[in-house]
Design a protein around this ligand. Sequence first.
Ligand code: DAH
Length: 343
Amino acid sequence: MKEDITSIQTEALSAIESAESLQQLDDARVAFLGKKGSLTAISAGMRNLSKEEKPIIGELLNVARTAITDKIAEVKGKLETIADQKLIEGVDVSLPGRVLNEGNLHPMTLMRDRAIQILRRLGFSLAEGPEIETEFHCFDALNTPEDHPARNDGDTFYFDASEDGLRKLLRTHTSSVQVRTMESQKPPVRIISPGSAYRRDEIDATHLSVFTQLEGLFITEDVRLSDLKGTLEYFFQALFGEDTETRFRPHFFPFTEPSFEIDVKLKVKGQEDKWIEVAGCGMVDPAVLQQICNSREDDVFSPDKVTGFAFGMGIDRLAMIQWGIRDIRHLIDNDTRFLKQFA
Ligand code: DAH
């Protein structure tokens, strides 16, 4: 029996040593130590041994089992190391890792959000309107006559007339949201509405056919021109810095009377100061309020009861001023070399 044990041990150790895979190693373990393994079979014969022989053979069996178990662990470690090495074969671990590009907000988003934040502090809330508009909401209700140049086919994107003969269009300004808001809410109204506007402009460094405006409207009892001035002066100072100078230049818009264009003084080191137009504004024309009363069939917006101011600004223009962007097309090119600068 002693010899049997010794020879099984030798046989087992050499089988384990020569295993070339984890599977072969496990097969060897089963063959010697498994339920039907050869060493297990011998252990079963212990029963028939004499009292004197039992401890001696028992000791031998233990030594053999430990030797085999240790060997299996040792070879298993080696095989696993080889497997790991195979896995990374051909991988150059000295190469730099692949960097995941972190995204950042688009400058237009940054500018829009900042503008909204400032105006919210003044009590304005957000309003929305459709980009595909009726001529009524875009022009008629805003006191803009049929023959106004903005209504021209060459300046505006029109859709084909529908069966009822009405033509829809891509809104040329966000001022249509003024009308939609007054149709659906009662005074006091204090809203801003950022969004896209569309014009058939020749695209160049300062013009796009789609651009972003922010409309504002404040209507309640006794709103005055001084409220308009104060609000917009505060806005541009909060946006561009406390020492920002603004200028209100008389202008004409069909939907406001009086109307102004607002310029902001641009100060660039080493250059002469320059006034840049950033917005249009004015006191809501009584004709607009009257038109709203007609549509609503009530008089809550009657020019005898309420007054208000409105303004509209180009967010693209504000972004260009804020960051010294010389060409508006950068804002739609999606060139990451440009966009990364705003991270
Ligand atoms: N809608 C004008 C435009 O697109 C901008 C504007 C001017 C909006 C005066 C207004 C306003 O609300 O009162 O050029």
